[in-house]
Design a binder for this molecule. Structure first.
Ligand SMILES: Cc1cc2nc3c(=O)[nH]c(=O)nc-3n(C[C@H](O)[C@H](O)[C@H](O)COP(=O)(O)O)c2cc1C
Length: 192
């Protein structure tokens, strides 16, 4: 592998693949959904989840108003839905109607849960800070929705049953290859 070094991160695609998710929000009875690839868990106890949202997104305004959001983890077969909600703005389009987004009921907050998602978190905003051109919004996970049958007993997603939508940057999506699974026990491989 021949490596080079650049001082400017440019398109900043090297950290992909990442799961391509859909963040949903409801503010004053108006619902919206946007594609989000920049997201990350930040704490077990309490369960905290962070999303990076550019303040110019309509969704940002809605999350600031309602102080809640849901993050929906989508199967690879629904990657087109991710491009639909990531390619249009809620300030012009009612994406739930336009893209036929079916919903399940939230249990704790007033946030849309996508029926097509294999898992989703209801999150209550506890922090929102600007870093460069994105806001890092941290939500406390107050409810976890999941299709129980697609997760194994150890909690790990069964790639035989669901392949997650992953994003490679630009307009490119892929999925987890079930043939590539390897299990390395850290107790055995780590030095104690
Ligand atoms: C795959 C994909 C991932 C994206 N990830 C993010 C992200 O992490 N943060 C962000 O601010 N915008 C992201 N976007 C862009 C927004 O989804 C897009 O600007 C959307 O139209 C915003 O909708 P809104 O104006 O209704 O909020 C992404 C777009 C795509 C297609």
């Amino acid at each position: 592998m021949l490596k080079g070094v650049a001082e400017n991160a440019g398109e900043f695609y090297q950290h992909y693949p990442r799961a391509a998710t859909i963040v949903t929000v409801n503010s004053n009875g108006r619902k919206n959904a946007m594609a989000v690839a920049w997201h990350c868990p930040v704490s077990f106890k309490p369960a905290l989840y962070g999303i990076a949202i550019a303040p110019k997104r309509y969704t940002y305004q809605m999350i600031s108003e309602s102080r809640q959001f849901a993050i929906n983890f989508m199967p690879y077969e629904k990657a087109e839905k991710i491009a639909e909600v990531g390619g249009s703005s809620g300030s012009f389009t009612d994406k739930f109607t336009e893209f036929n987004l079916s919903e399940d009921h939230p249990t704790k907050l007033d946030v849309p849960i996508l029926r097509d998602a294999y898992a989703a978190y209801e999150c209550k905003v506890i922090d929102d800070r600007l870093f460069g051109d994105h806001a890092w919004i941290i939500g406390e996970v107050v409810a976890v929705h999941m299709a129980r049958d697609v997760f194994k007993e150890n909690g790990i997603l069964d790639l035989n049953l669901v392949r997650p939508a992953l994003y490679l940057g630009g307009e490119t999506y892929c999925s987890g290859d079930r043939e590539s699974i390897q299990v390395y026990d850290r107790e055995k491989y780590g030095k104690h």
